[in-house]
Ligand binder design. Structure first.
Ligand SMILES: NC(=O)c1ccc[n+]([C@@H]2O[C@H](COP(=O)([O-])OP(=O)(O)OC[C@H]3O[C@@H](n4cnc5c(N)ncnc54)[C@H](O)[C@@H]3O)[C@@H](O)[C@H]2O)c1
Ligand SMILES: [Zn+2]
Ligand SMILES: [Zn+2]
Length: 361
């Protein structure tokens, strides 16, 4: 038995997305069907539509979601029907060399549902990041579901499923930000602002937000930045140094994904400081710098995959902090929209007018 529901599909490169009927199979072994309550619109969804991720059209978009478990397949005991869950795109395998050496956050063999969701004519869909949650329901692997406090607002906590967790984790997990440190964040969209929120949560002293857009800098201040730098009018590296007694920040987080901002991050940190690259570059980008500078600055240069998060450890923790009023996750929800409005939300996002538009189902 299968069921037919609504889903937002990108049929071909660059074509506007459409809401169409999609077919969800009953969950097989290890699989779960989740009734989606809310799903945030992320840049990665737009990248899929533009053919920037791969050519496996048609895509079922959406991947920052929360919902309720509707049915579970054979052998699923980590979640049960009725559980309120946040979905993740890195279900760790427990078996690969990273998992075996006790670093499951790096798992090299994460997995998704085995069966395919399809269009009504049987065409197989590729779910964005193995999720596909701009839909009434979706099919995922049980490991992609993390149970959290059911009284939390799904539109807010679903955002932990991607960008907000990536930013929070870039600061807290990858950057290891701790009390009294100075932190600079370059690029203050959803990911960068979440890094700022994470730096504040971790007790950073000076938190410097860098962007080219004053509206983004206002939001960054609201989320915890102590200083802001508009890099269209001043040199970002000089400004960060000035704000840190001439030394540079202990941790600099790059949340744009471009060579020029990576270079700023590299030179804006203190000796032996840390650079975290959480922005995702495109394959054509290159960087040329004197090798001696890598030696003489010392410290560490890290990349952050999904904020080095472990969903089972991190999602319930951050949901609880949000519920206690200690983590303002609700500030990332700029607008709530219907399933028909994803295309319009891509335009709003492109114009830089939102941190997140969230589809509410
Ligand atoms: N590592 C991960 O697991 C992960 C997960 C999700 C997203 N990301 C990546 O994080 C990055 C940011 O995502 P987002 O959703 O916040 O995007 P966004 O577009 O909302 O934010 C980017 C911000 O960077 C600013 N910006 C652009 N060019 C700049 C420059 N030269 N100097 C300073 N600021 C500049 C923009 O004004 C904007 O505020 C993207 O590359 C995205 O792909 C990574
Ligand atoms: Zn693994
Ligand atoms: Zn995303």
């Amino acid at each position: 038995m299968s069921q037919t529901v609504r889903g937002v599909v990108a049929r071909s490169k660059g074509a506007p997305v459409e809401v169409v009927p999609i077919v969800i199979p009953d969950p097989g072994p290890g699989e779960v069907v989740v009734a989606i309550a809310a799903c945030g619109v992320c840049h990665t969804d737009l990248h899929y539509r533009e053919g920037g991720i791969n050519d496996e059209f048609p895509f079922l978009l959406g991947h920052e979601a929360a919902g309720v478990v509707e049915s579970v397949g054979e052998g699923v005991d980590s979640v049960a029907v009725g559980d309120f869950v946040v979905l993740n795109w890195r279900a760790v395998c427990g078996q690969c060399r990273a998992c075996k050496r006790g670093q499951p956050q790096y798992c090299f063999d994460t997995f998704n549902a085995t069966q395919k969701m399809t269009l009504e004519d049987g065409t197989e869909l590729t779910p964005a990041l193995g999720i596909g949650a701009f839909a009434d329901k979706t099919l995922v692997h049980a490991g992609q579901c993390t149970k959290v406090d059911p009284s939390a607002d799904p539109a807010v906590v679903g955002l932990l499923g991607c960008g907000v967790m990536a930013g929070l984790g870039a600061a807290v997990n990858t950057g290891g930000v701790t009390r009294g440190q100075s932190v600079a964040v370059i690029g203050c969209g959803g990911v960068g602002d979440a890094a700022i929120m994470g730096a504040r949560l971790a007790g950073a002293g000076t938190i410097i937000a860098v962007d080219r857009d004053d509206k983004k800098l206002e939001w960054a201040t609201d989320l915890g930045a102590t200083h802001t730098v508009n890099s269209t009018s001043v040199d970002a590296v000089e400004a960060i140094k000035e704000l840190t007694n001439g030394f540079g920040a202990d941790v600099v987080i790059e949340a744009v994904g471009r060579p020029e901002t990576y270079k700023q991050a590299f030179y804006a940190r203190d000796l032996a400081g840390t650079v975290v690259l959480v922005g995702v570059p495109t394959p054509d980008m290159t960087l040329e710098m004197p090798l001696i500078d890598f030696f003489s600055h010392g410290g560490s240069l890290k990349s952050s995959w999904y904020g080095d998060c472990l969903p089972e450890r991190d999602f319930p923790t951050y949901v609880d902090l949000y519920q206690q009023g200690r983590l303002p996750l609700e500030k990332f929800v700029t607008e709530r929209i219907g399933i028909e409005d994803v295309e319009k939300a891509f335009e709003t996002m492109h114009r830089g007018e939102v941190l997140r538009s969230v589809v509410v189902l």
